[in-house]
Design a protein around this ligand. Sequence first.
Ligand code: IMP
Length: 196
Amino acid sequence: MKILIGTRNPGKLREYEALLAGLNLTFLSLRDVDAGDDIPEPYETFAENAELKAREYAKRTGMVTLADDSGLVVDALGGRPGVYSARYAPGTDADRYTKLLGELTGVPADQRTARFVCAAALASADGTILDLQIGTVEGQIALAPGAGSNGFGFDPVFIPNGYTVTLNALTMDEKNAIDHRGNALRQLIPTLRRIA
Ligand code: IMP
């Protein structure tokens, strides 16, 4: 079965392919189909944004569609940047994590708790939501960017619980095994098996 992944990000597509290998699915992204303009993420919750994207891309393309919305929730900032993680600051990923470290100046290690959250929604070809799963990974914001060259976004400043290094020091497979997107997608596998 062909399945549309609601992303233009080749890195995310590779993560989906790795996580859902063996399900007899052929993965297409928004780069492979004509799905029109990108669907915005207008809501205050990851779940509502993920459902909107899955439903709308499915209706536009007539394909079973999986879409996610994710971000970083920092307790000392009252949950920010949350659903606004991608829009937290203009510029590069480094601009955004540097701003985050600046906002947390003086906040001690035990109060730097945070989590990545991912909501993943699956829609049938007519746009009906079949499943929605939330995955998280708990950790803390480092005092300075960690050494490492993998990953993206806020990975260089996020230390998962149980580790002493930031996420950008892990391989893609190591990160997938513990991260929010991996946790959300693994929970979707029973539904994907049922419809594949
Ligand atoms: P979106 O889910 O494509 O809207 O992306 C949300 C934003 O959250 C990204 O642009 C990153 O800033 C951040 N983010 C989400 N997942 C991760 C991750 O696995 N590592 C680092 N940053 C992430």
